[in-house]
Write a protein that binds this ligand. Structure first.
Ligand SMILES: CCCCCCCCCC(=O)SCCNC(=O)CCNC(=O)[C@H](O)C(C)(C)COP(=O)(O)OP(=O)(O)OC[C@H]1O[C@@H](n2cnc3c(N)ncnc32)[C@H](O)[C@@H]1OP(=O)(O)O
Length: 252
């Protein structure tokens, strides 16, 4: 793989591959305007933020064992009230239903999911940009990001680049090259795009990079993927008759 460069937004290629604009609801998982679930979505984000702060503290703490055990007891007490009303894997989160594309608990971008940084995604003219800062919870090599975390963020941003062409798809292949370690506690910029020649009827071959926001042209990780829009039959086989959000049922 040669040093990759995303297309400039003024290029012929980027104009050609981006006829679709992601809606506010897809770039802002909480949505906006009238929304009966808005308050619950806000509350889910507040809980996600609080748990992220707790996770950051728990993975950087050097307090003594007695304090760790005391906090563990308190954390266990929190689980009961949350489990009073739960969904299973066959049911989409109710707050995902209200707006197309809202994924409150996605592990990469979902603000309600404490394991998500969460990465903020913006769809531009042929280029998708993700931004986030990773704390010590994501550490692989000392002071740097775990390679699997980079792969997760890359998979997500590639998926957005694919979906920006019109229909969400699934990853069938993912290839990464880790050129330089990705620093923790440093604002990151992920960039993804879909080369026009990689687009067929239901498949694309998006590419992506990770860099720091301060040095966006110095590539740390480069990646390419193959994304496929499952046929209606495949979607039914994979997802069954589960209560998928309507945007997902309609668009696959
Ligand atoms: C706004 C929303 C943004 C959402 C972003 C979300 C990002 C996250 C995405 C994910 O993580 S998805 C989860 C991980 N992926 C999976 O679990 C998918 C598992 N795979 C499947 O279930 C099936 O492969 C699938 C239903 C998707 C497709 O089955 P098929 O039997 O139709 O396809 P197949 O796997 O044989 O290949 C489809 C196309 O890809 C091609 N292909 C497959 N592997 C390839 C490869 N390694 N390199 C190049 N091309 C490849 C293959 O030749 C073929 O090309 P054509 O359509 O042109 O004939």
């Amino acid at each position: 793989m040669t040093e990759p460069h995303p297309p400039r937004t003024t290029s012929k290629e980027s104009t050609a591959i981006a006829p679709y604009r992601q809606s506010d609801a897809e770039t802002d998982p909480e949505g906006s305007g009238e929304d009966r679930d808005q308050d619950r979505a806000r509350a889910a984000r507040e809980l996600g933020d609080a748990l992220r702060a707790l996770t950051a503290a728990a993975t950087s703490t050097e307090v003594d064992a007695a304090t760790l055990r005391k906090i563990a007891d308190q954390a266990r007490d929190l689980t009961g009230p949350l489990s009073a009303a739960s969904r299973t894997r066959h049911t989409a989160p109710s707050i995902d239903d209200a707006k197309p594309g809202r994924r409150m608990y996605n592990p990469a971008v979902g603000p309600g999911n404490p394991i998500a940084p969460p990465m903020r995604v913006e769809v531009g003219d042929g280029v998708v940009v993700g931004t986030c800062t990773l704390g010590l919870a994501y550490e692989g090599p000392h002071s740097y990001t775990h390679g699997g975390v980079s792969a997760m963020l890359i998979d997500q941003i590639l998926g957005h680049a694919h979906a920006a062409l019109g229909r969400p798809g699934m990853t069938v292949a993912l290839s990464l090259r880790y050129r330089r370690p990705v620093p923790l506690e440093t604002p990151l910029r992920l960039t993804a795009w879909v080369p026009e020649e990689s687009i067929t009827d239901r498949r694309t071959g998006p590419q992506a990079t990770i860099a720091t926001q301060d040095e966006p042209d110095r590539v740390l990780v480069e990646a390419s993927g193959v994304f496929v829009v499952p046929s209606a039959e495949q979607a039914s086989r994979i997802f069954g008759d589960s209560r998928l959000p309507s945007w997902q049922r309609d668009r696959y």
